[in-house]
Design a protein around this ligand. Structure first.
Ligand SMILES: Cc1ncc(COP(=O)(O)O)c(C=O)c1O
Length: 414
């Protein structure tokens, strides 16, 4: 870990972005080094690997592991009694955690097994008779398109807005696609290959002007920068805990704006979504209050424990601090890659993107494998090497990663 001291950039916009960063300006170097040491102590993976894949899955923090131990102890000691003594309370605590991160009310949040499941629930509420059209972009995550393509036999027509640069989707292109036949737009808040931050508030206004709804996939945005879901005006928003919320797999959420939620009659449902699950009334369906009606069956309680730990850690570090670190570290990476001659598939302005830096490469899986052999954990998407630092990475790590990446410019061998 001694080798992980942040070194100062000497020139170029990496230097500019660091010197203009309030985080760096406010902190003497020794204080920053100590802060980084504490951040990294939560993530033992940083002792062994140069981990640049948090936009896929942030490694388990120490407190997540302790939370899992607590869950196992409760289950071992109490069996089914643990539901009443602990787990129902934990699940309600998690609902409140998601609400706090989003600026929502707790009853506007449904706990979901995955974003894909959450979208199926949302898709089941629309009347496609009058408005058969759904608008998605061609750089959205697959599930954002598949959810509606699966409804083709019921008359749903999916129109894909084409991103001109495969980085951004200009609002004008959405505006052109939305009309009186449009039921909804479903798109990302942050695009998963480019990190581009979509202006969902402006998009919500465009949708509402034409009477359409906006369904946002916020998996790549939530926890990466401050966001107020009420202020954005979106109708539905989905996300989960794999990435910037640092809570691992098995838990996701659905935000349904109160007026939407209260009128929604989902046909994709489960017994946890009804008004009184413990009445065990098989013959009558009484939807649960507000967003709760979108819940399915027994939730993954272990995942709720790690999710709460991850969100707790995020709040301790501070979402604004995370944002600042993301901009500084990802800009150092982007500037370094540009200087090496790479073609980037992400915005070069850090204010336009999250901590995702993608580099075009003809054999990205082989390149990522070569990096892995050198102890650098990245990810590939078709034609792209995707690198995503988190707040616990250091400037020195970015420089070491850049040294490795430089070797991928020629045939893939490290
Ligand atoms: C933008 C986006 N949406 C959805 C998902 C996956 O959603 P789920 O596996 O919870 O259905 C991911 C990544 O895993 C993602 O990056």
């Amino acid at each position: 870990m001694d080798g992980d001291r942040p070194s100062r950039p000497t020139s170029g916009s990496a230097a500019r972005s660091e010197s203009t960063s309030p985080l760096h300006a406010a902190r003497p170097e020794a204080e920053l080094i100590e802060q980084e040491r504490l951040w990294r102590a939560e993530f033992p993976v940083t002792n062994d690997l140069l981990y640049l894949n948090s936009c896929s899955l942030t490694p388990l923090p120490q407190r997540g592991r302790r939370a899992l131990d607590t869950f196992a102890e409760q289950w071992t000691a109490l069996g089914g009694r643990a539901w009443y003594d602990h787990w129902v309370g934990e699940l309600e605590g998690l609902r409140a955690d998601f609400a706090r991160v989003l600026g929502a009310d707790a009853d506007e949040i449904a706990l979901e097994p995955s974003v894909s499941a959450a979208l199926v629930g949302v898709a089941s509420t629309f009347d496609y008779g009058r408005r058969p059209k759904v608008v998605v972009s061609d750089i959205d995550f697959p599930t954002d398109g598949h959810t509606w393509l699966a409804l083709a036999e019921r008359g749903v027509e999916v129109e894909f807005v084409r991103s001109p640069d495969r980085i951004r989707v200009p609002l004008e292109l959405f505006e052109r696609a939305i009309d009186e036949r449009t039921a909804l737009v479903c798109t990302g808040h942050v695009y998963y290959t480019s990190g581009y931050i979509q202006d969902v508030k402006a998009l919500a206004a465009l949708c509402h002007l034409k009477g359409a709804a906006l369904v946002v996939d916020a998996y790549q945005s939530i926890g990466a920068f401050p966001f107020d879901v009420h202020e954005s005006g979106v109708d539905y928003l989905v996300g989960g805990t794999l990435k910037w919320l640092m809570g691992g797999p098995g838990m996701a959420f659905l935000y349904a704006r109160r007026d939407r939620a209260e009128q929604a009659r989902p046909t994709a449902i489960g017994w946890w979504g009804v008004r009184d699950p413990f009445a065990f009334d098989v013959e009558h369906l009484a939807y649960g209050p507000a967003a709760r009606r979108f819940e399915y069956g027994t939730p993954a309680v272990a995942a709720a424990f790690t999710a709460r730990a991850g969100i707790g850690l995020l709040e301790e570090v501070g979402v604004s601090v995370v944002r600042e670190r993301h901009m500084t570290l990802s800009q150092r990476l982007a500037d370094g890659a540009l200087a090496q001659g790479w073609t980037l598939r992400c915005p070069t302005d850090p204010r336009e993107r999250t901590a995702i830096v993608t580099l075009e490469h003809p054999d990205a899986p082989a390149a990522v494998e070569a990096l892995r052999r050198a102890g650098v954990i990245a990810d590939s998407r078709p034609g792209l090497i995707r690198l995503s630092p988190h707040y616990f990475n250091t400037a020195d790590e970015i420089d070491r990663a850049l040294d490795r990446i430089a070797q991928l410019r020629t045939p893939v061998t490290i």
